[in-house]
Ligand binder design. Structure first.
Ligand code: CP
Ligand code: NVA
Length: 309
């Protein structure tokens, strides 16, 4: 398939234009329809995606592997512990070898710099499957889910409640591209950094607006989407206790949901810590789109693969 994004890396949403981002959402919706209708969409027969994981994963790993299979190719799960990377082989050597065997490389790791380094030395597309700084494949599936719900994105208000982490940063990028309002409620020391704020300002399209407040109620008021993520991300386990203390007023519960619009939806990238950042009741309520969002990871990832490989 010839696509406008053929050969491109998918490292950060800062690399994409608003029309490229919308193109990926439309392609994801189309590929989802095709799969549900049982129509063939095996665009990548004989192609292989190397998938390096330095952190745990359920959704990203399984959805990319299944997406490659649906496209007629192969997703090759590579745990960093089993690769020579785990014994100190440089990323630039690993990049050139994997790129010589495979048509693309997916990586989930700690350092964002490591992903940029991999992409520099790979002559095949590299996909960022989460770093400490960003989670751009998640944000694509997320806005696809919002798009499915409301039939459009421009002017919609997303309230992100909790830790201003990697997921929050990619949502800021996505909302900037889509012309959405994003209101983050985070305790002072858990706000996204200046870099993400500056990127939002540079990327923002008409309708886009960013506010960062302390009070979850102020962010949730009139929102179309309430979104949250865990309070301690992978690699921050030793900070769990301090984070629990700092973030305990930042839970999405039924009372907070009542402040949003009546038709508002609830989202969470998962995995969730029920009873911490979100209640059991809200996760399971009629306004929750959390499991549709989880499913959409696969359709969105298929769109990325269809477009760049
Ligand atoms: N949301 C997400 O990336 O889930 P996994 O950690 O299970 O891949
Ligand atoms: N912020 C979480 C997202 C997991 C998908 C983490 O980095 O662990």
């Amino acid at each position: 398939m010839d696509t406008p994004l053929k050969g491109r890396d998918y490292l950060s949403l800062t690399d994409f234009s608003p029309s490229e981002f919308q193109y990926l959402i439309d392609l994801a919706v189309e590929l989802k329809k095709k799969q549900k209708a049982g129509e063939p969409h095996a665009l990548h027969q004989g192609k292989t995606l190397a998938m390096i994981f330095q952190k745990a994963s359920t959704r990203t790993r399984v959805s990319f592997e299944v997406a490659m299979y649906h496209l007629g190719g192969l997703g090759l799960f590579l745990s960093a512990n089993d690769l020579q990377i785990g014994r100190g082989e440089p990323i630039q050597d690993t990049a050139r070898i994997l790129a010589s065997y495979c048509e693309g490389i997916l990586i989930r790791t700690f350092s964002h710099q490591e992903v940029l380094e991999l992409a520099k030395y790979s002559d095949k597309p590299v996909i960022n499957g989460l770093t400490d700084d960003e989670h751009p494949t998640q944000a694509l599936a997320d806005l696809m889910t919002v798009y499915e719900e409301f039939g459009g994105l421009k002017g919609k208000r997303l309230a992100f409640i909790g830790d201003g982490n990697n997921v929050a940063v990619s949502l800021m990028h996505a909302c900037a591209l889509a012309g959405m309002e994003i209101a983050l409620a985070c305790p002072e020391n858990y706000r996204p950094g200046d870099k993400a704020i500056k990127e939002f300002e540079q990327m923002k399209q008409p309708g886009a607006n960013l506010t960062i407040v302390d009070d979850p109620k102020a962010a949730a008021a009139g929102a179309d989407v309430l979104y949250t993520d865990v309070w301690a991300s992978m690699g921050q386990e030793q900070e769990s206790r301090a984070r629990l203390e700092a973030l305990k007023g930042y839970q999405i519960d039924a009372a907070l949901l009542r402040l949003a619009k009546p038709e508002a939806i609830v989202m969470h990238c998962l995995p969730a810590h029920r009873g911490e950042e979100i209640t059991d009741e809200v996760m399971e309520c009629a306004r929750s789109r959390i499991f549709q969002e989880g499913e959409n990871r696969m359709h969105a990832h298929k769109a990325i693969l269809a477009a760049v490989l």
